[in-house]
Design a binder for this molecule. Structure first.
Ligand code: ATP
Ligand code: MG
Length: 293
């Protein structure tokens, strides 16, 4: 869906206007990503009928570790995830936990698909030092998977989105990564702390819940807590605005799981006053983009 509001950026505390235009992709080319993601979403822990997985990706995220698979025509064939807090601020903080998570995903996939996964691509957040990037490589290796490619998450997301002019945003559990593309070239890339975990902290504080319970409440009753989380979502919008240098980058494409809250995309669009495109199953964009990479 694409929405545009012609407003200048405003402080997070002020109420935003109610005028937004949402436009769903209407032609087949525009609907390519939506079709891919809808198709992919149907293959959680099941193999797509008639598709042989040949190309794999592993997303070592702050909130979720995801394994994705494509067939030889680039169609989504399978995916699986585990929730694990083994990565923080883009750094693997629990190496053995990360290896165990990837091993679990690999063995479940191999049992379900009847194949061996020998190699996969993986990704690191933008702006992570090379030493921490190498840790991602070693996690895969220790889990018995050769790392065939190591890319940054925003570039991975764009391997699927194929944005030529605009911004690709990955709002995950821990951080908000921003890449600006011009004529298909990445012209700026950055990452700032702030994502779904910060929303959990806000909710935990407001409702006097543990962070774990706040996380579940947010995911399962997002509509009920949306107003409490609005300032947190506007902080994410401000992070996007700042990382774009305050200048409209063209359409802003939202990837990542943190903005799956009802109306989060509208809050972002109203705050920025820039065209914003949100995707159903946006949490699958980066993981499948990694497999594409
Ligand atoms: N239905 C939902 N409603 C609201 N938030 C959700 C929902 N599903 C997932 N999330 C949030 O999305 C975040 C995880 O998104 P994602 O899987 O993209 O992050 P990650 O890749 O693990 O993190 P990062 O990219 O920062 O390392 C979590 O904070 C989680 O609470
Ligand atoms: Mg991520």
């Amino acid at each position: 869906m694409l929405m545009t509001v012609n407003r200048t950026p405003r402080p997070a505390t002020r109420r935003a206007p109610r005028t937004t235009n949402k436009v769903r992709a209407s032609n087949p080319a525009e609907g390519r990503v939506e079709g891919f993601l809808a198709d992919a979403s149907r293959h959680l822990r099941v193999c797509a009928e008639g598709r042989t997985p040949v190309r794999f990706g592993v997303d070592l995220g702050t909130a979720t570790i995801v394994l994705t698979a494509l067939d030889d025509e680039g169609r989504p064939a399978y995916w699986d995830f585990v929730r694990a807090t083994v990565v923080r601020d883009g750094v693997v903080v629990d190496f053995q936990g990360a290896v165990d998570a990837v091993r679990t995903l690999k063995s479940r996939a191999e049992a379900t698909l009847g194949i061996t996964i020998d190699e996969a691509a993986t990704a690191h957040p933008p702006a992570v030092p090379a030493s921490d990037c190498r840790a991602c490589h070693f996690v895969l290796q220790q889990a018995g998977i050769e790392c065939r490619a190591l890319v940054d998450e925003v570039t991975a997301a764009n391997a699927l989105l194929q944005v030529r002019d605009g911004a690709v945003i990955d709002v995950g559990g821990g951080s908000t990564g921003v890449g600006v593309f011009r004529s298909g070239e990445l012209v700026s890339l950055s990452d700032q702390a702030g994502g779904g975990h910060q929303l959990d902290l806000i909710l935990a504080g407001a409702l006097k819940l543990s962070i774990e319970d706040a996380e579940v409440r947010k995911r399962e009753h997002g509509a009920d807590v949306a107003s409490l989380l609005r300032p947190g979502i506007e902080r994410i919008a401000e992070s996007i605005r700042r990382q774009c240098g305050g200048t409209p980058p063209g359409t802003v494409h939202l990837a990542g799981g943190a903005l799956r809250l009802p109306q989060a995309d509208t809050v972002i669009a109203r705050y920025l006053g820039w065209p914003v495109r949100a995707y159903d199953h946006a949490e699958l964009i980066t993981p499948f983009g990694i497999a594409v990479s």
